[in-house]
Design a protein around this ligand. Structure first.
Ligand code: SAH
Length: 231
């Protein structure tokens, strides 16, 4: 059964206070977006009651909807301004795209699984978030048609920042992505394009994302979870 709006609203307020502000995220636009977007709409029916838990939740195709704090952390790390054009790689449920759409002017998001791209489009349309465009394809190649972007966020972990994505940043633009030498254990990295060929790299926190699979990501569906577990 869907959560009644007053209940959902109260849970969102608590989530923002405890999980987001409570962990040091102060960007008012990010906090307002996290308060506005109904996460329960993006999670599967059977996980409704956990929609505002401090955890990732399962999606079809073995993927996950990110933990709310991670969505807020990535959005805040992008240092977005209201007129910005944003590219997201890894649409998943569409939840993070919805949050970004409340902060920036337009969001272009790429998902490799057709079923998830369709799922996200439906949810975003239902909520009337019409400044989000969803493409099904290999996001490691970016979305050249609407480039360059002020912000690029990659919601899956890859071995390195794909060349195509660096190239699709405006000068002054920021890219945030989990990078690691193993498919499921990464460091969140921020790349700022400071000139035509000049990028500044900063390491943010340690994170655990599903793998980025594509031409400039990992090669195939490999599950090295057992190898990584226990670290
Ligand atoms: N932002 C999402 C969570 C993303 S999980 C949300 O809010 O729900 C990561 C997603 O990245 C998965 O859906 C996975 O299928 C997708 N993905 C992995 N490699 C990709 C690639 N090369 N291009 C596009 N999407 C990719």
């Amino acid at each position: 059964m869907p959560l009644p709006e007053p209940v959902a609203r109260a849970q969102r307020e608590q989530m923002v206070a405890q999980q987001i502000e409570g962990r040091g995220i102060r960007d008012p636009a990010v906090l307002a977006a996290m308060l506005a977007v109904p996460r329960e709409v993006f999670v599967a029916e059977k996980y409704q009651e956990y929609a505002y838990d401090d955890a990732p939740l399962p999606l079809p195709e073995g993927q996950t909807i990110s933990q709310p704090y991670v969505v807020a952390l990535m959005a805040a790390s992008l240092k977005l301004r209201p007129g910005d054009q944003v590219l997201e790689i890894g649409t998943g449920s569409g939840y993070a795209a919805a949050v970004l759409s409340r902060i920036a002017a337009a969001v272009y998001t790429v998902e490799r699984h057709d079923s998830l791209a369709t799922y996200a489009r439906e949810k975003l349309a239902l909520l009337g978030y019409n400044n989000v465009s969803v493409l099904c394809g290999d996001g490691t190649l970016g979305w050249p048609e609407y480039a360059p972007y002020d912000g690029i966020v990659v919601a899956a972990g890859g071995p390195r920042v794909p060349h195509a994505l660096r190239e699709q940043l405006v000068i002054g633009g920021r890219l945030v992505m989990p990078v690691g030498s193993r498919p499921r254990l990464q460091q969140l990295v921020r790349l700022t394009r400071e000139g035509e060929q000049m990028y500044r790299k900063e390491a943010l926190s340690r994170v655990r994302f599903v793998p980025l699979i594509g031409a400039q990501g990992w090669e195939g569906e490999q599950d090295d979870w057992d190898e990584v577990e226990g670290e």
